[in-house]
Ligand binder design. Structure first.
Ligand code: ATP
Ligand code: MG
Length: 331
């Protein structure tokens, strides 16, 4: 069976709509077809949240509940905690000696983070190397991610090819799998909804919170009166309607798009419709989360067992890596 590897940073205690549509949805869909490894990327979280480590524990628990609540099945999926599999950081070091420093320095994701005010640390610089090690440690074939992570998966591909060419075939060449909406915009109209960006609707938001966020959402800045023809393209309200409406909602959404572009419906009416759609989508997720929250120790046990299993796999990979490199001096 081919393998999936993907993960999430515990920078908040819940997932948002972008995480769902960009990655979680594909994971749920593929959990029967692939041996799936999902990890909580606490080491990656440190790159931007090294001063907020007190929140990590709660955030890790929240993300675990999030996985179960969207329908990932712990019988099928192996969940693990990145920092508890030290073979990953060991492999990252090995990969780092094969990595061109100027290539990493040019990566757009790094530039974006620095532009956003993150500190220019060695850890932040090292992010793609650690992510390549995340993917290559369980020898994954497929990596379901949002578009913001695509270049990192491509980097992991390149480094796997380089390793295999130098030392022999140890790693499958991983492929990214981008979600239905490659990058879901934020409620503020910024191009990416993000856990740490203050522009997210979370899967744990109450129906009142969803309503509040949607009603103050960015729409079409050029439209002042409901009778002005509006823009559907690039309007996050319609992006969300398309992404989270059910089959049965499609007709009404199409109708609203037409009326909106002709200036025959106001923002408020369309937003109220979006509130309904989002709450219909979120209700079953909220209910499942509440059920899992009632079971103390459950997510901790799932994470611990999965981490132990992953470590055994990781150790096997490191043995193969060192053998191929002829650095397996003694055992
Ligand atoms: P942070 O702001 O702390 O980096 P995040 O919202 O970007 O948080 P991550 O944990 O970094 O979340 O990413 C988890 C997964 O969700 C990744 O596969 C990422 O590509 C995907 N993802 C994140 N934001 C979006 C988005 N707006 N649209 C689509 N996919 C997304
Ligand atoms: Mg992110």
């Amino acid at each position: 069976m081919k393998r999936i590897l993907t993960g999430d940073r515990p920078t908040y205690d819940s997932f948002h709509l972008g995480n769902y549509i960009g990655s979680l949805k594909n994971r749920v869909k593929l959990q029967d077809e692939y041996e799936t490894y999902i990890f909580i990327a606490d080491l990656h979280a440190l790159t931007t949240h090294f001063d907020k480590t007190a929140d990590l524990k709660e955030n890790i628990k929240g993300l675990m509940l999030g996985y179960l609540s969207v329908g990932l099945d712990p019988q099928k999926v192996t969940f693990f905690l990145q920092s508890k599999v030290p073979e990953i950081t060991e492999l990252a070091y090995i990969l780092s000696v094969l990595t061109s420093r100027p290539l990493i320095a040019r990566q757009p994701a790094l530039k974006e983070k620095l532009d956003a005010g993150e500190q220019d640390t060695v850890g932040l610089f090292y992010y793609p190397i650690l992510m390549a090690a995340d993917i290559l440690t369980p020898r994954a074939h497929l990596v379901p991610v949002g578009k913001d992570q695509k270049s990192h998966v491509e980097f992991a591909r390149d480094i796997a090819v380089k390793f295999n060419n130098l030392y022999g075939n140890v790693f499958p060449i991983p492929e990214p799998l981008i979600g239905e909406v490659p990058t879901l915009p934020g409620t503020d109209g910024q191009s990416k909804m993000g856990k740490s960006l203050g522009n997210a609707i979370f899967l744990t938001d109450s129906s009142e919170e969803v309503e509040k966020k949607v009603m103050s959402m960015y729409t079409d800045p050029k439209r002042i009166h409901p009778t002005d023809p509006g823009h559907v393209e690039g309007n996050p309200v319609f992006t969300y309607l398309d992404a989270f409406g059910s089959e049965a909602d499609k007709l009404q959404t199409t109708n609203y798009k037409l009326l909106y572009s002709k200036g025959q419906v106001g923002d408020i009416e369309v937003k109220k419709y979006l509130v309904k759609i989002l709450n219909n989508f979120l209700d079953p997720i909220r209910k499942r989360r509440a059920e899992y929250e009632k079971q103390p120790g459950l997510v901790e046990r799932i994470l611990k067992e999965g981490t132990e299993k992953t470590r055994l796999e990781a150790q096997k990979t490191l043995v193969e890596v060192k053998k191929a490199m002829k650095i397996d001096y003694f055992s």
